[in-house]
Design a protein around this ligand. Structure first.
Ligand code: CP
Length: 308
C-alpha cells in the first residue's frame, strides 16, 4: 500500500502519491454514499473516539457518519460537557479514554500540535480534525477531491485561496496539497490577513483581488475568523466585504471553466455574497458530501495499518 503512515496528522507529511492514493480510495466510498444502503460491514471490529475540543458542525458530523457507514463503533467526546470543565488536563483525558481500549482517535483542538502530542503518547492511529491555525488535512483532502472531480487533474490549474489566510489551517493544508499535485496557487488577502512573511508558503500571493481572480479555475473562499477580528486586522466587516468579498461582479473575472469553494461555516454577506454562495458554479455542498467519502477512506486506510 503506498501509504506509509500510522496516523494522519497533516498534509505536510504526505507525498503526492499518498495524497492521490487517498483520493482514489475515496472514489469507491463516494459511490457507496449514492446507494440506498449507505453502509458496509468492513470495520465492525473498530472503535473510534471523536475528541472535539472546539466547535464543529461539518467535520464532527462527517467523521461520525463516515465511521458509522463503515460499521465502526463511535464514541463522541465534547469538551464542553466533559470533565475538562472540572479542570481535567488533556493528558489525563486522553489516558482515560485510551484505558477504555479505543482503536482510533479523531481530534480537533485549538492548540497547534495536539494531534502530534496524542500520537506520540499512544499506539493507536490519530486523525487531525483541525489543530489551531496549523492543519486541517481531511478538509484539504476533500477540497482536492472536489477539484479533481471537476477538472480531472491539478497541473496548470490556477487556484486562488482568498481571505483570512493568516489564521487558516484550511489554507495551510490546501497549499501543501495543491503544491504537491502541481496546481498554481495564488494567495489573496489584505496584508494584515497574510502571514508576516507570506514567502514561507512558496507560492504566489497578492493583495489585488481583481488580479488574483482573473482567469482562475478555482477560488476557495476562506471564512473570515470573526472571533479574531478584535485585534484590528480589518477596519470593519462592511469594508471587508467591499474590498475582499466574493461578489457576483468579481466572480465574473474567473475563467469560464471554474468552481467556487468554501470550507464552511460561511459568513454570508462578508467573505461571500449570498447570490454567489447559492449560484450553480459553487460546489460548497458537494465538498461536504465528498468529505464523508474522504473520511471513510482515511479511517479505512489507517484501520488497515492496525490489522497489518
Ligand atoms: N470546515 C470545517 O472545519 O467546518 P466545521 O468547523 O463546522 O467542522
Amino acid at each position: 500500500m503506498p501509504f506509509e503512515h500510522d496516523s494522519l496528522l497533516g498534509l505536510t507529511y504526505l507525498t503526492a502519491d499518498e495524497i492521490l492514493y487517498l483520493l482514489d480510495e475515496a472514489k469507491a466510498f463516494r459511490s457507496i454514499l449514492e446507494r440506498d444502503l449507505k453502509k458496509v460491514p468492513t470495520l465492525r471490529w473498530l472503535t473510534v473516539v471523536n475528541l472535539f475540543y472546539e466547535p464543529s458542525t461539518r467535520t464532527r458530523i462527517s467523521f461520525e457518519l463516515a465511521e458509522k457507514r463503515l460499521s465502526a463503533d463511535v464514541v463522541n467526546f465534547s469538551a464542553s460537557t466533559s470533565s475538562v470543565r472540572k479542570g481535567e488536563s488533556l493528558r489525563d483525558t486522553v489516558d482515560n479514554i485510551l484505558a477504555m481500549k479505543v482503536d482510533m482517535v479523531v481530534v480537533r483542538h485549538s492548540s497547534v500540535g495536539t494531534p502530534q502530542y496524542i500520537a506520540r503518547k499512544c499506539k493507536v492511529p490519530v486523525i487531525n480534525a483541525g489543530d489551531g491555525t496549523n492543519e486541517h488535512p481531511t478538509q484539504a483532502l476533500l477540497d482536492l477531491y472536489t477539484i479533481r472531480e471537476k477538472f480531472g487533474q491539478f497541473n496548470g490549474l490556477k487556484v486562488v485561496i482568498l481571505g483570512d489566510i493568516r489564521h487558516s489551517r484550511v489554507a495551510r493544508s490546501n497549499i501543501d496539497g495543491l503544491k504537491k499535485l502541481g496546481a498554481n496557487v495564488v494567495l489573496c488577502a489584505p496584508r494584515t490577513l497574510l502571514p508576516p512573511n507570506p514567502n514561507v508558503f512558496g507560492v504566489d500571493y497578492t493583495t489585488d483581488i481583481e488580479e488574483a481572480l482573473s482567469g482562475a479555475n478555482v477560488v476557495n473562499v476562506l471564512r473570515l475568523q470573526l472571533e479574531r477580528q478584535k485585534a484590528g486586522y480589518i477596519p470593519s466587516l462592511r469594508e471587508y466585504r467591499m474590498f475582499w468579498g466574493l461578489t457576483s461582479r468579481r466572480a465574473k473575472l474567473l475563467d469560464s471553466d471554474h468552481i467556487i469553494m468554501h470550507p464552511g461555516p460561511m459568513n454570508r454577506g462578508v467573505e461571500i455574497d449570498p447570490d454567489v454562495a447559492d449560484a450553480k458554479d459553487t460546489v460548497i455542498l458537494e465538498q461536504v458530501t465528498n468529505g464523508v467519502a474522504i473520511r471513510m477512506a482515511v479511517i479505512f486506510t489507517l484501520a488497515g495499518k492496525i490489522k497489518g
